[in-house]
Design a protein around this ligand. Structure first.
Ligand code: ADP
Length: 667
């Protein structure tokens, strides 16, 4: 088979491989990719379902929070402080504010029983104080009145009047005592729409300022601001605004103080800064309360979302079977702040998801975002809750878990396995093909080499027999020489045929060895003699040395003869230039060693192992024309291995080669 047809064969096999393996492989890969896509879609659907369940949980808990608020009877019990007011409207009755967290209420809701106007100023006292300027007389009058009166409003009027007169008389210490008493005694009284305590504290602050006690003034303003943040009584909007602005003016008139008082001053400023938004918020809520009738007028249960000025309020109106109504105003900003973290923590303790809550205009109200660049899925709050949006996404999972869970994981592994399988198959196929082609080339060469090797003895025998037949060989001596040569050529042919037959038997593991006791010395001597004879004319000498006592071995005689012949034959063929071949036989207690040494060109290191491979011949310019089949050394090694021995080679370029054959004595 020539190189072209081998190439064609290889291409055909590769084409078959391509059609039979690669194309189906690609098809499988394509199917796997489709599978991955399909899987991804399923996974996305699963995620959507999962997030949708999470959102429902969230909404349910949010709903629970709202229901919890509407079940509260006393506004103070709302720990989230989200309820800003609760209102009741019974059929045929006016609207009542049940409870609230505001600084003041619209006038119509101010309970008149809480109102304690200053009354009881008699004309006499008025005359004494304002016309005759008899402060002492007026003071005594009021002192008496405070003790004798039974009506608390009269008593309060008496105390306020005493304090006022004392202040006019610059009896500040006594005036302060009076105001202190008013503050404690009439703590939850409302006077002219203002809490009595606040009025008293304002007066105390003023008196302290008049008497030059700035630190005392600041302390009084501090107490007053604190008091107004939790007014103990329902107040009116206008007087409250006026009082707070007076208080702020008073504060402004105070210049920085000594260090320790400065701390109180800072505290006061911080309270005032809290009062202002409270005031504003109360104004806003008060506006809604003033118009609450229009919300309550509706039929059945209703919800109103009231966003304005950054406030987000949720008005819930419930109607009972008797058509009575109850309204809860919930501050959603506060509810979100206080409840969202708890809600989320409750059902997502493992922090699997990220959340964002945005209002109707897309403004962020709350977020707990743990990952960075994933897309959120958005869910609208259901009816019955504010019109907000909950955005959720799953936080990234650990890489491997995500890979295996993503759905794409297993098909991707499959895909990789298919690819690896195909590539491995391709490499294996190409490798096997190349090995086969190499072997096939070697066999082709072998056949041609063997033919050439056979040709020359056959040609020479034919030539000599022709000459003999034509009686061209005259002398008997010459005839004998021809006969010897023909016998020698026949022996050589037998040796060649024996080599090939043995090789094929060994290859097919059919070779049978006949082990017997062999006298190695005789055997080698015999072969050396044959070669000496054969080489006598070529000028090549063959020496044979041995140790004195070489023990006999158990071996196949013909096989060992073949080993020695092959090695000697090689030495003659490849090392003729060395003119000498040494054959040496040695032994030790365990083995005998046959060494065949030549002084030829040697064998390169890189080839020393390869020459034992079947059909292998060194492609060397020096070997051109030397006939051989490449099976001699293979046979040598196989035969010796069958005798449990080994073959070694020592060779140096330019110096020659030594082949050592070791045969164990007890094989
Ligand atoms: P061949 O029939 O070609 O001699 P062998 O298996 O006996 O086959 O030898 C393999 C190759 O080893 C030879 O082709 C030759 O190149 C190399 N070789 C064997 N013996 C020697 C030697 N004594 N000196 C140099 N080269 C050798």
């Amino acid at each position: 088979m020539n190189t072209d047809s081998q190439g064609l064969r290889r291409n055909r096999i590769l084409l078959l491989y391509f059609l039979g393996v690669i194309v189906p492989g690609f098809f499988l890969g394509y199917m796997a990719i489709r599978g991955i896509r399909g899987d991804k879609a399923i996974r996305e659907k699963q995620v959507l379902q999962e997030l949708s369940l999470v959102s429902q949980d969230f909404f349910r808990l949010m709903n629970d929070q709202v229901s919890e608020l509407t079940a509260i009877t006393e506004i103070e019990k709302d720990s989230s402080q989200s309820l800003v007011f609760v209102v009741r409207k019974e059929v045929e009755s006016p609207i009542i504010v049940v409870g609230h967290r505001m600084m003041f209420l619209p006038d119509r809701y101010l309970d008149s029983t809480e109102n304690h106007e200053i009354t009881g100023d008699s004309e006499l006292a008025w005359d004494m104080e304002y016309v005759r300027k008899d402060f002492k007389g007026a003071l005594n009058y009021y002192k008496q009145l405070a003790v004798s009166a039974t009506n608390s409003d009269v008593i309060k009027t008496a105390w306020f009047a005493q304090a006022r007169i004392l202040k006019k008389q610059k009896q500040y210490a006594d005036a302060l005592v009076c105001y202190d008493l008013i503050g404690t005694k009439f703590y939850s009284h409302r006077i002219n729409g203002l809490p009595a305590g606040a009025i008293a504290l304002m007066e105390i602050a003023r008196i302290k300022l008049l008497s030059g006690d700035t630190a005392g003034t600041v302390r009084a303003i501090f107490q007053m601001a604190d008091y107004l943040l939790h007014p103990p009584v329902n107040c009116g909007q206008d007087p409250m605004e006026l009082l707070i602005s007076d208080m702020a003016d008073l504060r402004k008139s105070i210049t920085p103080l000594a260090k320790e008082s400065n701390v109180i001053l800072k505290g006061t400023d911080s309270l005032i800064s809290r009062l202002n938004p409270f005031l504003e918020r109360s104004g806003y809520l008060s506006g809604i309360l003033s118009t609450i009738d229009k919300y309550v007028a509706g039929v059945g249960n209703q919800n109103f979302y009231l966003p304005a000025k950054g406030y987000r309020d949720w008005l819930i109106i419930q109607e009972d079977s008797s058509l009575n109504k109850k309204c809860w105003m919930i501050d959603l900003n506060r509810l979100s702040e206080s409840k969202f973290p708890a809600i989320i923590k409750k059902y997502d303790p493992g922090q699997i998801y990220s959340y964002r809550v945005t209002d109707q205009s897309g403004k962020l109200l709350y977020d707990r975002v743990l990952d960075t660049d994933r897309q959120f899925l958005s869910f609208s709050f259901p009816a019955g809750l504010p019109p907000w949006k909950l955005e959720i996404r799953k936080n990234p999972e650990p890489a491997l878990a995500a890979f295996l869970q993503s759905g794409a994981g297993l098909p991707v592994i499959f895909l990789i396995m298919i690819a690896v399988w195909l590539i491995t198959g391709l490499i294996f196929t190409v490798y096997t093909l190349n090995a086969e082609i190499k072997l096939s080339r070697m066999k082709t060469r072998f056949i041609s080499n063997v033919s050439h090797e056979f040709k020359s003895p056959v040609t020479s025998i034919r030539h000599m027999s022709e000459l003999l037949k034509l009686k061209r060989v005259r002398t008997e001596e010459k005839k004998d020489e021809f006969y010897d040569s023909m016998i020698d050529q026949c022996d050589h042919l037998t040796y060649l045929i024996g080599n090939i037959l043995d090789f094929s038997r060994i290859e097919e593991e059919m070779k049978k060895f006949h082990f017997e006791s062999v006298n190695l010395v005789d055997l080698i001597e015999n072969i050396v003699a044959i070669y000496r004879n054969r080489l006598s004319e070529s000028g090549l000498t063959v020496s044979f040395t041995k140790e004195n006592a070489i023990p006999g071995i158990i071996a196949d005689k013909d096989a060992i003869r073949q080993v020695a012949s092959n090695l000697l034959d090689n030495a003659c063929k490849y090392a003729a230039a060395g003119k000498r071949i040494d054959v040496n036989l040695t032994s030790d207690s365990s083995e005998v060693c046959l060494e065949i040494k030549d002084y030829g060109s040697g064998i390169p290191k890189s080839e020393q192992e390869k020459i034992f491979e079947r059909f292998y011949r060194i492609d060397d310019s020096k070997n051109v024309g030397i006939k051989g089949s490449g099976i001699g050394l293979t046979l040598v090694r196989k035969i010796i291995e069958s005798h449990h021995g080994r073959v070694e080679l020592k060779s140096k370029m330019g110096e020659g080669s030594s082949f050592f054959v070791f045969i164990p004595l007890n094989n």
